[in-house]
Design a protein around this ligand. Structure first.
Ligand code: HEC
Length: 130
């Protein structure tokens, strides 16, 4: 728990605390996607993360690639199965969502975008079902 808190703090500083220059900010959300601000403070799975992942249900409610995600009651458990709370950027969820690893669904947001940082920060904060 202590390690996790340290990690969350460290990541929050890295992601949010840099003011004008953010070394992780390598791009904005892709054209066509809404450009949301990274919310501050403890992030919420239901109000911050789920809306970003809603698009994934288009294919994954049918279990594309073996990952079932419908954005319903199963959502939190399904997400836990594809994230890495120790090293958030190694999460399969973030790799696939940014088109990495030859994602069959393509790319939905860029590394460093507001959406990316929102999901990565929520993971670093412990990926709670909140
Ligand atoms: C247009 C359809 C489509 C959409 C939308 C889509 N995907 Fe996928 N996804 C696939 C297909 C097809 C595969 C299987 C091939 C592969 O591994 O890339 C896959 C595979 C995956 C896997 C690997 C599953 C496993 O267990 O190996 C993950 C994780 C994943 N997608 C996450 C996401 C996330 C997160 C989103 C939303 C940001 C998303 N996908 C949106 C089509 C889609």
């Amino acid at each position: 728990m202590f390690k996790r808190t340290l990690l969350a703090l460290g990541l929050s500083v890295a992601l949010i605390g840099c003011g004008t220059y953010n070394p992780l900010d390598r791009g904005d959300d892709l054209p066509g996607g809404s450009n949301l601000e990274v919310p501050s403070g403890p992030l919420s799975f239901s109000s911050d993360v789920k809306p970003i992942l809603q698009v994934c249900a288009t294919c994954h409610s049918g279990g594309a690639g073996g990952w079932v995600y419908a954005g319903q009651a199963e959502a939190h458990g399904a997400v836990l199965a594809v994230i890495d709370t120790i090293t958030p950027e190694d999460s399969e969820l973030l790799i696939k969502a940014t088109g990495g690893g030859g994602h069959g669904g393509g790319s939905f947001f860029n590394v460093g975008s507001d959406k990316y940082q929102t999901v990565a920060t929520w993971i670093a904060e412990g990926a709670e079902n909140n």
